[in-house]
Write a protein that binds this ligand. Structure first.
Ligand code: NAP
Length: 181
């Protein structure tokens, strides 16, 4: 991984994960959480989304009001309305150019597990929906190291209509000073 790739505007990782850090299984989300889908739409509108090819396959289309950059090693991949990059540096450069063109303040990394693992070291903020479930799955969010990340906000929500479980929305900011021990 290259931690030296510059990222201006900054990267924000937006994720919903279970208590066991599971984010997906068999190419799909392991829960139904309509409140969080609405929230995802609100916080990503007008911004470029960077995602892995498997996450794009699970969504199946570019999301309206945003611009989608898909990372794949498949040079034959294409999809109408989607920007394609073949390595992380190229994807970040493309997402940065789109953010500047859109006047967006940040680039959203929208998953999945592979992409989160490659970009958490480059991100300035994490927007985590912690779902009160521990489902089986095959895609995970990386550990959030409290020495590197400061939790700056937390909002607990009961399960609403269309939600499988209660959830807690947690904001993290990368520490600039070492964490207190
Ligand atoms: N809960 C959430 O918030 C959330 C969010 C997003 C996704 N998900 C879930 O996560 C799962 C998918 O995650 P995943 O980890 O399996 O896959 P992923 O990160 O979505 O995509 C992985 C793919 O991205 C491409 N890729 C990754 N790094 C690359 C690089 N450096 N250069 C070029 N291409 C690269 C490769 O595509 P090719 O194979 O085409 O080369 C790789 O197979 C699904 O279950 C999805 O529903 C959950």
């Amino acid at each position: 991984m290259s931690a030296t790739i510059s990222s201006d505007p900054p990267l924000a990782l937006v994720v919903a994960m279970g208590r066991n850090r599971v984010i997906g299984g068999k190419g799909a989300l392991p829960w139904r959480l309509s409140s969080d889908l609405k929230r995802f739409k609100a916080i990503t509108m007008g911004k470029p989304l960077l995602m892995g090819r498997k996450t794009f396959a699970s969504i199946g289309r570019p999301l309206p009001g945003r611009e989608t950059v898909v990372l794949t090693r498949d040079r034959g991949f294409s999809h109408p309305g989607v920007y394609v990059a073949y390595d992380l540096a190229g994807a970040l450069a493309l997402a940065r150019a789109r953010a500047l063109a859109m006047g967006a303040s940040e680039i959203i990394v929208a998953g999945g597990g592979d992409l989160y693992a490659q970009t958490i070291g480059l991100a300035g903020r994490l927007d985590v929906t912690l779902v009160d479930l521990a489902p089986a799955g095959d895609a995970f969010f990386p550990e959030i190291d409290p020495l590197l990340w400061e939790e700056t906000d937390r909002e607990d929500h009961p399960a609403g209509p269309g939600d499988d479980a209660p959830f807690s929305v947690r904001a993290y900011r990368r520490r600039t000073d070492p964490a207190p021990r």
